[in-house]
Design a protein around this ligand. Structure first.
Ligand code: CA
Length: 219
């Protein structure tokens, strides 16, 4: 027995997946298709997706934001957890990558829940704020360019309601954040992690799931 988080070896990770995953067939299919993509490592892990589905249901989310959609697995996953009138504002700059996910969204019956906006996310979020979107959203998932995280955070913190949740992907960054120095992405994540740790505007937790997932609840 150990009171620190287990270091999952392949056998235990396989056990975790085979004893907990409840993927929709279209999730499995999109995840498999994305795995073969040259940037397939950017996709979130399935157990992380299922955890986010649980979070979305726990807080009763209807209006959500995603910054960084890639091939659309996380959007599909969250959309499946939303009620019929739930919506995702999905922000990405790549028409090419996001187009991969669209047929899966359609076949899973959630395409109508996903509003994809192809533009720099800061611009899209600023437009929502200008249109009176502050405190309109329940949940935001930030998983895009790491140097942009802080800018996305500040905007999402305005866009989500009190008690709403912001989730940041890759906050452990393959362990790079624990080493000295690093490239621009690593330094940006380190600065963000330090900021979130002491940010009085939120309650927070950093979880060693996937590549590190930090949860911030707006106070
Ligand atoms: Ca990611």
């Amino acid at each position: 027995m150990s009171n620190r988080t287990l270091n999952l070896d392949d056998t235990l990770y396989d056990y975790l997946l085979t004893h907990s995953l409840r993927e929709h067939p279209e999730q499995t299919a999109l995840r498999e298709a994305t795995r073969k993509h040259p940037h397939g490592e950017m996709q979130i892990s399935p157990e992380q997706g299922q955890f986010m589905q649980l979070l979305v249901k726990l807080i009763g989310a209807r209006h959500t934001i995603e910054v960084g959609t890639f091939t659309g697995y996380s959007a599909l996953t969250v959309a499946l957890a939303l009620p019929a009138d739930g919506r995702i504002l999905a922000c990405d700059i790549s028409d090419e990558y996001t187009s991969i996910g669209k047929p899966y969204w359609r076949r899973a019956g959630v395409a109508d829940k996903i509003e994809l906006v192809i533009a720099p996310a800061r611009q899209t979020l600023d437009a929502r704020l200008a249109a009176g979107g502050a405190a309109h959203y329940d949940f935001a998932f930030i998983d895009a360019d790491k140097s942009g995280y802080d800018g996305y955070y500040e905007r999402c913190l305005q866009l989500v309601r009190t008690g709403g949740l912001i989730a940041f992907d890759n906050t452990l960054w393959s362990g790079e954040v624990a080493k000295s120095g690093g490239d621009a992405d690593t330094l940006a994540l380190k600065a963000l992690n330090d900021k979130l740790h002491h940010d009085e505007r939120i309650d927070m937790a950093m979880l060693p799931i996937g590549d590190g997932l930090t949860l911030a609840r707006k106070r």
